[in-house]
Design a protein around this ligand. Sequence first.
Ligand code: GSH
Length: 199
Amino acid sequence: MKPILFTFRRCPYAIRARLAVKVSGVEVEMHEVSLRNKPQAMLDLSPKGTVPVLALADGAVLEQSLDIMQWALAHSDPEQWLSTDPDTMRQAQELIAQNDGVFKGFLDRYKYPERFPEYPATHYRAQGEAVLAQLDGHIAARGFLNGNKRSLADMAIFPFVRQFVAVDAEWFYASRYQSLAGWLDGLLASPLFQSVMQK
Ligand SMILES: N[C@@H](CCC(=O)N[C@@H](CS)C(=O)NCC(=O)O)C(=O)O
């Protein structure tokens, strides 16, 4: 029996999991779910009710996108998204923690300012922009977030930058974050991303 990946096409956490699964070549069965009507089979395996969830043949369940990435790359990591250098991996983990923590918070507020009426959307955009500026600096210096080729940090983070940009693409592409824009465009145009977004 193949592992089952419960996923939602547009979810950035699910996208990062699908990217790692795809690059690894591990075969899984994809189950696209409706977040409004989550399948009972998924909730039985993972009551917290978020995607992605990976159900393995031995009964183990992975309920965090980063764990699914690690699981897939442990099977096969043909592009060496994981580095053998501890400093590089630590830096990747810091960037991802910042993304999943503060940046995701700013992203939610910028995307749904009506839910956070204390400030206008531009306030939340400015908060997120500080993170964009940092990422832009890394990419300007190295080519990618954590080195000179795409690796774990890029693949875990760009689905979230994609969402941030989508709120006001005109603003983003007119901004001074041109290294970040080139990085994002390259990853969005990649056959790997295209393949995991197919309907
Ligand atoms: N920490 C989790 C977060 C996953 C998450 O929050 N996914 C969202 C969709 S992008 C979700 O399933 N939310 C539940 C809902 O909308 O009902 C992970 O890394 O997998």
